[in-house]
Design a protein around this ligand. Structure first.
Ligand code: FAD
Length: 307
C-alpha cells in the first residue's frame, strides 16, 4: 500500500447530492477536500431523474443539472475528485481510509455521504433478466418498452414518479403494491389522472417470468389471501426502498438496519466522522435535505478541525 501525501483535511465519501454539497461547502470554507465516488457518475439516486421534484426554486431541473453544477463548482473551489470507492474506514488514533485501489488516505475528518442502493426484490428471475426487461431506471430504459406493458413494483414516491415517466411511452403501466400508495398527495393525484396506469393492490411480485427474448411477465402473490396470478409484461421496474451503502463503515457507528447513527448534529460517536443524506439514520428522504445535511456536516467538520 502506498501512503499518499496528505492533501486531504476533509474526505467526503459519495458523489450524490449530499456528498457534492458537502465537498463544495467544505472547500468554500477553505478546507482541503477530497471527494470519492465509486461509480465515476455523479448525482447518486437522482442521476437519471429527468425532473427532480421538491426543490425550493421554481423551474425544471434534472438530477444531472444539479450534480454537474455542484461538481463543477466543487472543482473550481479546489476539491480533488477520485473516481474510486472507499473500501474501509479505520478509526485508529489517525483516521485511515483505504480506497478500492488500495491507496491510503489520512484525513482529519470524514463525511460519509454514500447514500443507498435500490433494494432488490430477491425473487427468481430478477437477476437472470436484469438488463433484459428488469430495469431500475425509467428515464434510461423506458424507451425500450414503447407501446408495451410494464410492471412497476412499489407504492412510494420513487415508484410513483417512475411510473409517471413510463406512462408517457408505455401502453400500460401496472403498479403492484403491498399497501395503499405512500406517495405524496400531489403524485397520487397525478397518477390518478393517467388512464394507462392500473393497480394491483395487496400484492407482491414472487417471480419474474421470461424466455430467451427477455421478460414476458410477473408472477404476483396476493399477500392477504395467498393466491397467485401472472401479469403479462415486457419490462419490470422495482422501487421498494433503499439499502444503506455502509459496508465499509465500522459497525460501531451503525444501527441495526446498517444506517449511520449520528448523535450530535451530523457527528457520529467518533466526532471525526460525520454522516449526511440517505446513509444516515433519521434522514428525511428528499434531495433538499440531502444537500442541507451535506452543507451542515461540512460546517461541523470545518469547525472541528483544529487549525
Ligand atoms: C427513482 C428515484 C427518484 C427520486 N426522485 C426524487 C425527487 O424528485 N425529489 C427528491 O427530493 N428526492 C427524490 N428521490 C430521493 C433522492 O434520490 C434521495 O433522497 C437522495 O438522492 C439522497 O442523496 P444522497 O447523496 O444521500 O445519496 P445517493 O443519491 O444514494 O448518493 C450516494 C453516492 O455515494 C456513492 N457511493 C456509495 N458507496 C460508495 C463508496 N463506498 N465509496 C464512494 N462512493 C460511494 C454512490 O455511488 C452514490 O453516487 C428519488 C429517489 C429515487 C430512487
Amino acid at each position: 500500500m502506498r501512503p499518499l501525501k496528505n492533501l486531504c483535511e476533509v474526505a467526503v465519501i459519495g458523489g450524490g447530492l449530499a456528498g457534492l454539497a458537502a465537498a463544495r461547502h467544505a472547500a468554500r470554507l477553505g478546507r482541503l477536500v477530497t471527494l470519492f465516488e465509486i461509480t465515476g457518475m455523479y448525482g447518486g439516486l437522482v442521476a437519471t431523474v429527468d425532473h427532480v421534484d421538491g426543490l425550493p426554486v421554481p423551474g425544471k431541473f434534472t438530477g444531472q443539472d444539479l450534480a454537474i453544477n455542484l461538481l463543477e463548482d466543487a472543482r473550481k473551489n479546489g476539491v480533488r475528485i477520485f473516481d474510486t470507492g472507499i473500501a474501509n474506514i479505520d478509526l485508529g488514533k489517525r483516521l485511515t481510509l483505504t480506497d478500492n485501489e488500495n491507496r491510503i488516505h489520512n484525513p482529519e475528518a470524514i463525511i460519509v455521504a454514500s447514500g443507498a442502493s435500490l433494494r432488490r426484490l430477491g425473487v427468481p428471475g430478477e437477476e437472470e433478466f436484469s438488463g433484459r426487461g428488469v430495469s431500475r431506471c425509467a428515464t434510461c430504459d423506458g424507451g425500450f418498452f414503447r407501446g408495451q406493458d410494464v410492471v412497476v413494483v412499489g407504492g412510494g414516491d420513487a415508484a410513483v414518479c417512475e411510473a409517471l415517466v413510463l406512462a408517457k411511452t408505455s401502453r400500460k403501466v401496472i403498479m403492484v403494491s403491498r399497501s395503499p400508495l405512500k406517495a405524496k398527495r400531489e403524485y397520487a393525484d397525478k397518477i390518478a389522472a393517467r388512464e394507462n396506469i392500473d393497480f394491483v393492490w395487496d400484492s407482491e411480485v414472487s417471480a419474474v417470468i421470461g424466455d430467451g427474448s427477455g421478460v414476458t411477465g410477473a408472477r404476483v402473490r396476493n399477500v392477504k389471501d395467498g393466491t397467485s396470478s401472472d401479469i403479462a409484461c415486457m419490462g419490470l421496474f422495482a422501487f421498494i426502498g433503499g439499502v444503506p451503502n455502509s459496508q465499509f463503515v465500522p459497525p460501531s457507528l451503525l444501527n441495526a438496519s446498517g444506517h449511520i447513527k449520528t448523535i450530535s448534529g451530523f457527528a457520529t460517536a467518533d466526532s471525526r466522522v460525520l454522516a449526511a443524506g440517505a446513509v444516515r439514520a433519521d434522514y428525511g428522504g428528499n434531495i433538499v435535505e440531502a444537500m442541507a445535511e451535506g452543507v451542515s456536516a461540512a460546517e461541523a467538520a470545518a469547525r472541528a478541525l483544529s487549525h
